[in-house]
Design a protein around this ligand. Structure first.
Ligand SMILES: [Zn+2]
Length: 333
């Protein structure tokens, strides 16, 4: 389906987007609901010496169309999708921003860093990302409840931040890199080379990435079934990075391969399983075609080997993992 909106409707979306950027930040026109009680991290024993920690770090509220476009607007072209999303005045409730800690016999790997209570402050965006700092709070609302920060969550796992030698960033939106500044200098950061190519209106906060030698680019190699290229992160080869573009051009995910089943930590490749199953397009995606190709890849991966795909903002994560560790594997969607 291609864009079928009339010119007046297109102009209407653009005008409402301009008004949204000229107006107050989301938290002022949509008063914040009560912050939820501090969520606790949950540990999931996957066997083979691997524990996966679910770390709810920070909270985000987004427009309903940011999460999913209604069917009649799902086909708009890549340039019009952002105005269509920004035209929406309906907001979700608080959503978790999930970071993941893989405690593997060889190493501790953090996936994403969640969001921070400092979101929206000048210090958070800094001088380099100042311009983005002016627009971001018009697009989303974000914060962290007391105790809902990354250091507290890592402490609750029994690890120290210095135990984490690698942090894989699925992409560079604020709710995934919001706590980079609390990571020690000894933690290497892994970002895909495609993510580092600047693109206008992508919302990627490349200016917030440290330039002190910690940042490394994913080195794609090999070919592995539905995934295509991968980058192994362990000698055993059971943890690896895969490209999952669409949400951003350089979005990447992490696979935990347990032999007979696997878990894909899929960041914002979608908001939940039903979007992948039904080709539902979020308003925020950079590239619609790449998003659909990633959905197709995830469905094919599910046919290759049973498993679980987990998304950053899916409230069902804890329940999905609980069923998985009891040996209950969902059928491929
Ligand atoms: Zn996100």
């Amino acid at each position: 389906m291609s864009n079928t909106l009339s010119l007046p409707r297109r102009l209407g979306h653009v005008a409402r987007m301009i008004a949204a950027f000229a107006g107050p930040p989301v938290m002022r026109w949509s008063p914040r609901p009560t912050l939820p009680a501090t969520p606790r991290p949950t540990a999931h024993d996957l066997g083979q010496g691997i524990t996966l920690w679910r770390l709810p770090v920070g909270l985000v509220r987004i427009r309903n169309r940011h999460r999913a476009l209604p069917p009649e607007l799902a086909g708009v072209d890549d340039k019009l999708r952002f105005p269509v999303m920004m035209s929406d005045r309906q907001i979700t409730g608080w959503l978790d921003c999930t970071a993941w800690l893989i405690d593997h016999p060889e190493r501790r790997i953090l996936i994403d860093t969640g969001e921070s209570a400092a979101f929206g402050t000048p210090a958070y965006f800094g001088d380099a990302a100042k311009r983005m700092g002016a627009v971001y709070p018009k697009i989303i609302d974000a914060t962290a409840a007391a105790g809902n920060d990354l250091p507290a969550m890592i402490t609750a796992t029994g690890h120290a931040l210095t135990d984490i030698d690698l942090c894989v960033l699925t992409h560079t939106h604020s709710d995934h890199i919001g706590n980079l500044d609390v990571l020690p200098r000894t933690t290497r950061l892994l970002v895909s080379p495609e993510e580092l190519v600047p693109a206008a209106r992508s919302g990627r906060l490349l200016a917030k990435l440290p330039q002190d030698g910690r940042l490394h680019q994913t080195a794609w190699r090999g070919a592995q079934g539905a995934f295509g290229v991968v980058m192994p992160l362990t000698e055993r080869g059971d943890i690896f990075v895969i490209p999952t573009p669409g949400h951003t051009a350089g979005h990447q995910s992490v696979v935990i391969d347990l032999g007979d089943r696997r878990i894909i930590l899929a960041g914002d490749a979608a908001f939940d399983d039903s979007q992948v199953a039904d080709n539902v397009i979020p308003g925020i995606v950079e590239q619609r075609a790449a998003t659909l190709a990633t959905y197709d890849m995830l469905r094919r991966a599910g046919l290759e080997k049973p498993g679980l795909t987990l998304f950053t903002h899916d409230p069902a994560n804890a329940a999905k993992l609980a069923r998985f560790t009891q040996g209950i594997v969902p059928t491929a969607s």
